[in-house]
Write a protein that binds this ligand. Structure first.
Ligand code: GLN
Length: 275
C-alpha cells in the first residue's frame, strides 16, 4: 500500500518539496546479534546518519533468526561479517525461513549491502574449512571455498589457520573511484557468468587473490569483502545505495550533497596505507 507521498513522487518522478521531509526508508538488518564480528554494523549507523542529515527517516528493522520478512517492507538489506561458526548458526534460517522473501525483494528492486560472511552466504554455496557445505541464497552466481578446504590442508592451530588467510588493507577500483577498507577472510569466492564484480583490486586479495576481482553485484545487491566499516570512509558508495533504496519507493530522488571533508581525509590516509 503506497502512501500519498509515494504516489506524489511516482506521478512527478521527484518528491513534492512540501512533502520532501516525509521521505523514509527501511533498512532490514540481518542477524545483528550474530554477524557483526568486524564492526560492520557501523555501515548501518552510517546509512542512518547520512539519511538523518538529509531529513530522510531511516528505520532499522532487526531481522534475527526466525523473524519472517515482508519483501515489500524492506528498501535496503544489510548483513555483516563473522566466523564460519556464526555463518553455520544462521545458514538454515537465511535460506529456508527468509530466502524466498529476500529473492522476491531483490527482484523487485530492493537494495542490499553484504559484507564478507554475509556476501558469501548470498552466493550459491560456502564450503568452510571443516564440516558440511553451507547452502547460500543464490542471489549471486558465485561460490566460496575456504582456502584450507580448497588446498585440503588441515588447520591445527592459529599459525596454520593464518597461512592462506587473506588479511590486510585493500583498495578497490569501483566506477572510476577508489574504495578503501580492510579484508579478513579465509574463503575464496569465484564468480560465475551471472555475477559481475563490484570492482577491480588495486591493492589486496579481493574475491580470491587470483583474478583481481572484488565483490559482486546482482541488480541492486552489492557484496564485498571490504570491512572498515566500508561506508563511512567511502561516502560515494553509501549515497549510491541510499539513492537506489529511495528510488525503489519514490522514483529518482536527487540526494542533497553533504560536507564529506572528514570522510575524504580518512580516505586519503587509507589510500596511503600499505598492505
Ligand atoms: N568466515 C568467513 C571466512 O573466513 C567470513 C569471514 C568474515 O566475515 N570476515 O572467509
Amino acid at each position: 500500500m503506497s502512501t500519498p507521498d509515494e504516489e506524489a513522487c511516482r506521478s512527478t518522478g521527484t518528491p513534492d518539496p512540501a512533502r520532501r521531509s516525509a521521505l523514509r526508508l527501511t533498512i532490514g538488518y540481518l542477524y545483528p546479534s550474530v554477524l557483526s564480528q568486524y564492526g560492520d554494523w557501523g555501515n548501518v549507523l552510517c546509512l542512518e546518519q547520512r539519511c538523518r542529515w538529509r531529513g530522510i527517516a531511516a528505520e532499522v528493522l532487526p531481522l534475527e533468526v526466525d523473524t519472517p520478512i515482508d519483501p515489500s517492507a524492506v528498501d535496503l538489506f544489510f548483513m555483516g561479517g563473522g566466523a564460519d561458526s556464526q555463518q553455520r548458526l544462521i545458514a538454515r534460517d537465511l535460506v529456508v525461513v527468509k530466502g524466498d522473501a529476500i529473492r522476491t525483494a531483490i527482484e523487485a528492486g530492493s537494495v542490499a549491502l553484504l559484507i564478507c560472511a554475509g556476501y558469501q552466504m548470498w552466493g550459491r554455496l560456502y564450503r568452510p574449512f571443516r564440516g558440511d557445505d553451507l547452502a547460500g541464497l543464490g542471489v549471486f552466481d558465485a561460490e566460496t571455498i575456504h582456502w584450507a578446504a580448497e588446498e585440503q590442508t588441515k588447520i591445527t592451530d592459529i599459525t596454520s589457520a593464518g597461512r592462506g588467510r587473506m588479511v590486510g588493507n585493500m583498495v578497490v577500483e569501483w566506477e572510476g573511484r577508489r574504495l578503501v577498507g580492510f579484508e579478513n577472510h579465509g574463503g575464496r569466492t569465484y564468480l560465475g557468468a551471472g555475477a559481475r564484480p563490484l570492482g577491480r583490486v588495486v591493492m589486496g586479495a579481493g574475491n580470491n587473490g587470483k583474478d583481481r576481482t572484488e565483490g559482486a553485484i546482482y541488480r541492486h545487491a552489492y557484496g564485498t569483502y571490504l570491512h572498515g566499516p566500508v561506508l563511512p570512509k567511502n561516502p560515494a558508495l553509501a549515497d549510491h545505495l541510499i539513492g537506489l533504496a529511495l528510488q525503489r519507493r519514490y522514483g529518482e530522488v536527487a540526494l542533497a550533497p553533504l560536507d564529506d571533508g572528514l570522510e575524504a581525509q580518512a580516505q586519503a590516509v587509507a589510500l596511503h596505507l600499505r598492505r
